[in-house]
Design a binder for this molecule. Sequence first.
Ligand code: ACO
Ligand code: KIV
Length: 549
Amino acid sequence: MNPNKYQRTPTPDLPNRQWPNNHLSKAPIWVSVDLRDGNQALANPMTVEQKLALWDQLVAMGFKTIEIGFPSASEPEFEFTRRLIEENRIPDDVTVQVLVQAREHLIARTYESLIGVNKAVIHVYNTTSIVQREKVFEKSKDEIKAMAVQGAKWVQEYAIKADQTHPGSEWVFQYSPESFSQTETDYAVEVCQAVMDVWQPTPDNKCILNLPATVESTSPNRFADQVEYFISHLPNRESALISIHTHNDRGCAVAAAELSLLAGADRIEGTLLGNGERTGNMDIVTLAMNLYSEGIDPQLDLSKPNDWIPVVEQVTQIKTHMRHPWVGEVVYTAYSGSHQDAIRKCLLKQDDNQKWNVAYLPIDPKDIGRDYEAIIRVNSQSGKAGSAFVLEQEYGLNLPKWIQIDFASTAQKLAEKQGGIVSHKDLYQAFTRHYGCDEKRIDVNNFQLKLDGEIEKLSLDVDGETWTGEGNGTISALCDAWQQRTGQNVDIIDYAEHAVHMNDDDSGKNAKAIAYFYLQVDNEKKVSVAIEKDSLSAMILAVLKGLKT
Ligand SMILES: CC(=O)SCCNC(=O)CCNC(=O)[C@H](O)C(C)(C)COP(=O)(O)OP(=O)(O)OC[C@H]1O[C@@H](n2cnc3c(N)ncnc32)[C@H](O)[C@@H]1OP(=O)(O)O
Ligand SMILES: CC(C)C(=O)C(=O)O
């Protein structure tokens, strides 16, 4: 490797930059370019049917402008445009956008594809970057500007022609100085100004100037400088919507777009999950969810990733990474003990009426249809809180801390033996087996309790022997009975009991009680658990188990 081979992309000097002081307060205008830039990146471009499926999905998610393709490039692209129009698939509040080079025959064909459309954005581009001017087009700055101006003129002229032959369509003009981020910014301003001189937009009839990082070649802060410089030097800025189209070569497409919004951009082009040329387009899902997580309405419905991800995966043939920001399969799952502990404690304290404030979970997974069940998964890196969370969520067991500690080594051994994630069923079985909850190992009969003044007098048959004892409650009378029989001193350090509804029957018929006891028998500490049909039985059995085992 040889870093001397590379050079820094020049960006404007902007000593009084304002964008670092700004805050976002609303969603931008979103434009999906999945059907064009996304499609352009696929080894097997989408079929018309696949494009229709993705179109329906994009509309359902709330996109109001959708770049549908490059209709002059191929028959399938042309046919798709025709089908949207002829089959009345474009809702009144959705505008289609089409891309075309600054070449006359392509512009003519583009308008042909759009006959009968209600409203469309005609997006014309030519590159302005230094490398492309010098090596690809071999043209001077003036010649490249002249291409842009000529393209703008054709777009306008063919719109007029289209209105004459097929009146009734509304046209919006968009120009991209392709590779803006690798263009001298003052020159990009100059070219865009020349395009605006042709189109003569007004604040009520704006054109769109789209600034692409066609290849991401600067850090997001320097891209934001480029955008702020462009916006602050563009005469008649109020007559243009400033749009941003970033790619992800350095992995910062979302950051660059986000900072561009701080720098004054109005509109963002991108794709769902970031499919696009090379390392991809800006991922709209990530940026929209970033806004959402800061309390800004993203103006897109991303709530059902389990519905729309399969559509995107089907048409792109690209699997979503399990750690994809916000929507990857495991992004709300914690395996490590301390994270599980923190999540569990925060969730217990999270009040529905308060702002979301849970460690390690930047949003409530339920907002995008993810269940709490998947948040904590027990493996060999988990601690007591992980097992406690799973048993709590899945089986309604509120384990006291000393039970969590007591059970932790059993869960750990199970995880190490299994080698991966322990299913909640296996964990529950390990729990009931460890505490002997499924076996009736102690036979209890003829339970009698009499109150004599303040004193409870207890008599019961345990494994065929009659026990008697007294105390200020049932449990202390039971401990007294044990002391009388064995001479051992029994202290109750702590206990808890609660109702449990067994998972296989939500009707309540299968409601049971669970009791947890922490005893000290002479010098020995004992932990025991029993699940019985009612709370008194569960408590008696748990104490007996603690004493007799
Ligand atoms: C950054 C982006 O994503 S830009 C979008 C890129 N997307 C695509 O290109 C997908 C669709 N494109 C295509 O199917 C084809 O390129 C077509 C149908 C549009 C054009 O095909 P062709 O004319 O046969 O070939 P090709 O694309 O190689 O044309 C290159 C010519 O167009 C010129 N050209 C390229 N871009 C532009 C432009 N934006 N404006 C004007 N001329 C341009 C080139 O200088 C070159 O000219 P030359 O033939 O005089 O050397
Ligand atoms: C045509 C433009 C907007 C483009 O796709 C890019 O520069 O990446």
